[in-house]
Design a binder for this molecule. Structure first.
Ligand code: ADP
Ligand code: MG
Length: 595
């Protein structure tokens, strides 16, 4: 091996660029952050071919004098921190003094800046990290940085750049993030001759967001928030863009981040909110003491480390749940004491159970016999022939006998109708039961596992080689669900045991479905396992839930509604479809011409 040498600054900068500068969007991010740190009130961003051939960022910030301009291009030269203690409470976006030299090392770079126009400005031109010229020029206070031909001298990196549209999209996300994070600053963003964004200073984040979105769609924006333990989460959510992708802006103490944990928490909440949230725009602002978060953990400062990530994520999810509920105009579920409710059958009925897993159901994985219609069929369904109510009857609901309000009855043996103070509530009985089962099954999969019954005749089924190979990854999960599956020859699986309530044919399909899912999964094994357990529970609960066109006694209807109210999310089935629909009195009257 050759002797050890210390690398030249130029080479060091180019190596650092490998971490800091991944693509044009990273250049945009670093330059815009510098402009904001410089106190700019206006930032202009111009690109050509997705930023591959040009990124130009101009600001009216504090600018630099000639000496500082040259210093700024040195590695680890920063005006933002001076001591190690300050690293613990950083309030600027930059702090490492790495961005400018790194960007300059891998591009043709020009810095054009003035702190005091009376003293004149300076223009520094560089090429691959080498200074070509330094000259005095006149200019207004502020800074313009021009980055041309990114990676011209690092062909290996250049090769990995994507098509201009793709790079442009990434740049656009960065600019949007900056615009959302600093509503007080004016931004202009253009690509060639195309003006992509232009915003004047706005009063607050909400005003900025509605301006950013308003141009495309007049979306309703919902505010939400949650706080505790010195952490405050506030956010805005706009739903209904119909776009395929969510757009998330996550700000931690004002710093735009793409933190893995935060993104995960947001996406999880959105997924649980159902397909109606597809394309939601979410702005999330997390504020906490600077000491409670380390921003110095990621080369591009995209990730942060929270001292107490659990509390932060819990607040984020709690806040988002509230935001999602607001956006969906949800029905309020009240704490409800069924025994105190009037009009309730007093004698204990075989179906009048409450709570997640009633004892009388035995060890079954599924609880649907509880909603069997036979048990309390004596209750007459409401009849057309009943004497009409007096016309003076006030427009208010009767006493509640379920957590959703007063049960009216079952409609077409498929939907449960309830009235409350606001109007009419319609509950999809299949989806409701699916939700109840889903929660139960999830808990079971976590705990002791489900009961299983040996099949008299094991079911054999052929599978592709690839699916067969995926079996070891799910066999433990399947076993916990009560499914015993083993390879039987080169291309066959043998189902030897299944939960008592699951017909073997359904069990077979479930196994195939799960094996197919495994193939599509990769990443952290713990997360994959978690996702598979979720999917298994969703599949199982859907297969086992009472269907539509299934008659339920009033008692069973009440039991189902009570169970539904006790689930983690009574509004969405595990597949994300809504369970509860509301028709408000107001809407009804409007549609009937009474208002
Ligand atoms: P950092 O932002 O981590 O300090 P940079 O390499 O991005 O490191 O910038 C180095 C220094 O150059 C900054 O600390 C700042 O003093 C100065 N600087 C960079 N961009 C600007 C700008 N647009 N306006 C004024 N000063 C700037
Ligand atoms: Mg910087």
């Amino acid at each position: 091996m050759a002797r050890i040498r210390v690398l030249s600054d130029q080479l060091i900068n180019r190596i650092a660029a490998g971490e800091v500068v991944e693509r044009p969007a990273s250049v945009v991010k670093e330059l815009v952050e510098n402009s904001l740190d410089a106190g700019a009130s206006r930032v202009e961003i111009e690109l050509a071919s997705g930023g591959r051939s040009l990124v130009r960022v101009a600001d009216d910030g504090c600018g630099m004098d000639g000496d500082d301009a040259l210093l700024a291009l040195e590695r680890h030269a920063t005006s933002k921190i001076t001591s190690a203690e300050e690293l613990g409470r950083i309030t600027t976006l930059g702090f490492r003094g790495e961005a400018l030299p790194s960007v300059a090392a891998v591009s043709r770079f020009t810095l054009h800046t003035a702190a005091d126009p009376a003293e004149g400005g300076v223009r520094v031109e560089m090429d691959g990290g080498r200074i070509l010229t330094v000259e005095g020029v006149a200019r207004a206070r502020g800074t313009t940085v021009e980055v041309r031909d990114l990676f011209f001298n690092v062909p290996a990196r250049r090769k990995f750049l994507h098509a201009p549209e793709t790079e442009l999209r990434h740049c656009q996300e960065v600019v949007l993030g900056a615009a959302v994070s600093r509503p007080d600053v004016a931004f202009r963003f253009s690509h060639g001759a195309r003006r992509l964004l232009e915003v004047l200073p706005a009063a607050d984040v909400e005003a900025r967001l509605s301006e950013l979105l308003g141009r495309r769609l007049p979306l309703a924006i919902h505010r939400f928030g949650a706080s505790g333990a010195g952490i405050a989460v506030t956010g805005l959510m706009a739903v209904g863009s119909g776009g395929a992708r969510h757009l998330l802006h996550l700000l931690v103490n004002g710093r735009p981040v793409r933190d893995r944990l935060l993104v995960g928490a947001v996406l999880r909440s959105l997924r649980a909110g159902g397909p109606g949230l597809r394309g939601a725009h979410v702005v999330l602002l997390v504020s906490l003491p600077a000491e409670a978060v380390d921003v110095n953990v990621h080369p591009a400062k995209a990730e942060v480390r929270f001292a107490r990530p659990g509390s932060v994520m819990a607040l984020v999810e709690q806040g988002l749940r509230a935001g999602i509920a607001a956006s969906q105009g949800e029905v309020e579920v009240r704490a409800f004491d069924p025994l105190a409710a009037p009009g309730r059958v007093a004698s204990p009925s075989p179906v009048g159970y409450r709570g997640a897993l009633p004892a009388q159901l035995g060890p079954s994985l599924f609880a649907h016999p509880a909603y069997d219609p036979s048990a309390a069929a004596e209750e007459a369904p409401s009849s057309l022939l009943r004497p009409p109510h007096s016309s003076a009857r006030p427009l208010s609901a009767g006493p509640a006998d379920t957590p959703f309000g007063r049960l009216i009855g079952q409609y077409r043996e498929s939907f449960l109708l309830v009235e409350d103070e606001e109007g009419l509530v319609v509950v999809d009985q299949h989806a409701a039961h699916e939700r109840v089962l889903y929660d139960q099954i999830r808990r079971r999969l976590q705990d002791q596992g489900a009961p299983s019954q040996r099949l008299l005749v094991p079911v054999l089924f052929e599978v592709e080689q690839a699916l067969l190979e995926a079996l070891p990854q799910v066999s433990e999960l399947l076993a916990r669900a009560g499914l015993e599956v083993e390879p039987f020859g080169a291309d066959t699986l043998r189902l030897a045991a299944a939960p008592p309530d699951l017909p073997p044919e359904e069990a077979r399909e479930l196994v195939l479905e799960l094996l197919e899912r495994v193939q599509g999964c990769d990443g952290d094994p713990a997360r994959v396992a978690e996702r598979l357990a979720e999917e298994l529970a969703a599949s199982l609960s859907c297969r086992a839930a009472i269907k539509v066109n299934h008659r339920l006694s009033l008692e069973a209807q009440r039991a189902l509604l009570a169970d539904l109210a006790g689930t983690d999310n009574p509004y969405r089935c595990p597949h994300g479809r809504p369970i509860v629909l509301r028709l408000s009195q107001e809407e009804m009257e409007r549609r009937l011409g009474r208002r």
